[in-house]
Design a protein around this ligand. Sequence first.
Ligand code: PLP
Length: 438
Amino acid sequence: MPNNLASINEAFSTFEVHESKVRSYCRDFPVKIRHAKGSKIHSVDQQVYVDFFAGAGALNYGHNCEPLKEKLKAYLDNDGITHSLDFYTEAKEDFIYTFQEEILHRRGMKYKVQFTGPTGTNAVEAALKLARKVTKRSNVIAFSNAFHGMSLGSLAATSNPKKRQGAGVALGGVTFMPYEGYLGEQVDSIDLIARMLQPGSGVEAPAAFLIETIQGEGGLRCVSARWLQRLQALAHEHGALLIIDDIQSGCGRSGRFFSFEGMGVTPDIVCLSKSLSGYGLPFSMNLINPDHDVWEPGEHNGTFRGNNLAFVTAKAAIDTFWSAPAFERELQQKIVYLHGRLKALAERSSEYIPEARFLGRGFMCGIDVGSGEVASNISQEAFRAGLIVETCGVHGQVVKLLPALTIEYEVLVQGLDMLAAAFEQVIGIARYSEEKAA
Ligand code: PLP
């Protein structure tokens, strides 16, 4: 790994000269990658990194997952169709059938599927359009610290001021309300939202409530089942739809296939993307309550809706992992271990950083260290030691872990040891400066 700025500049000059300044993750993790397998990333200069980032949640089964790759290779070898707009294809039929049987039917869920453009933000755009069309209303309720994507419709429902600034136009059609706990544990934000929907508040009747059950970019806050049930009741009382954005928290990230599973709600629309293909291939889909499928043909078109290669790997991911009961059981055991280690680390850190605490659910969790600078230093220190772990939250104050659900125990342990050492190093520096100042 290059260890000084001059060599970094030289190693990355092609990108620095020719690629737009908009690039971001590569600035925090300046490494030129050659290949990746499972939860390990290999750089061109022979460094090996443990991956606790998993493509921002797009690689729930790790890099180049073998059973998925085998199916993909066989499909390509047979000249299976790659691009087909929304023509009927065998690969699409096989995926739809498997998803309906193995994911929806097993959970007693009834939805139609809509293949949107391949990005998460396009799935959110489609969900918002559909909710507005169904209800003939324009206002949407989104929540504090929400992230739903970077195209204008979903950006309007994203709260981060820096991201919103990039729009260059007024972002409208959305009213923000407080997420559970945003106003402190003592304030019941559902009561407040209910009041704000009363005539006279000035808030327009909403088409939908759009929510993440675990806030991915916004800082790993979660909603409780009770809060979510009350939100759904409120939405329906006001003739609005409940849209759950499960783009980051879905496909097993929470420990179950859907993040809202077992929470006693039936969303009207569910947005899925990121790990849906299971292989890091671009692929998004909305689940729609059949009563709300009021689209006219072609009303949400796009050249890349439904990616046949992704249909193949998505089906293989379901067959390999979700149809095997042992997978969820083993995942639960790993979650217990991961949370135990993180809670202990948060506890130790809180001696020096009183705000330090564990946040999140399932394999989407981390530690709030109360400051973007400290979190970034920890992430950088971990990177130097060979671990890729990002930060999130409006100030970047949360060290956020998204390991692959399939990570081997020894790699999980190795990564957590590196993370603990990075905390020790950074907090040790804080302790040292404290002692010096005293
Ligand atoms: N919704 C959520 C909850 C996300 O976390 C993201 C991306 O991080 C998106 C939407 C947007 O997805 P994409 O980046 O694929 O457009």
